[in-house]
Ligand binder design. Sequence first.
Ligand SMILES: [Zn+2]
Ligand SMILES: [Zn+2]
Ligand SMILES: [Zn+2]
Length: 130
Amino acid sequence: MTDVSYVESKYAVPLAECPNCDHMLPQGLGEITCEICSAVCKITHEPTVQSLISESLPCPSCSTVLVAGTDERPVKMECSACSINFVLTQKTIKVEIDCPSCERQLRIRPRPGTRELDCPACQTSFNVTF
Ligand SMILES: [Zn+2]
Ligand SMILES: [Zn+2]
Ligand SMILES: [Zn+2]
């Protein structure tokens, strides 16, 4: 076993805000620790949990349809037909923000806290906070 395949989940866990400091929480379900203020927040989202548990996906090797059976992501899966192992990963959310200088839309992966971005179109640097 050398190459492990990664398959991205179809269902994204919605982004949540820390009720304590209003920054974005790391994407996930269950007990999530705020990276900004260290508050522990319990994130539940029943429709997403149900979608994740019943998510069906084709085996990356033999295309047999498998059911995840858990809301854990990432989770190790084993194909019942061809016995290969692969990892079903969390779907990452991207958000669109406008460059304050040229108003070009940039698609970025949000992360908690403030970071500096460079617009690829006009090279302006600006800060974004989630
Ligand atoms: Zn916080
Ligand atoms: Zn298979
Ligand atoms: Zn720009």
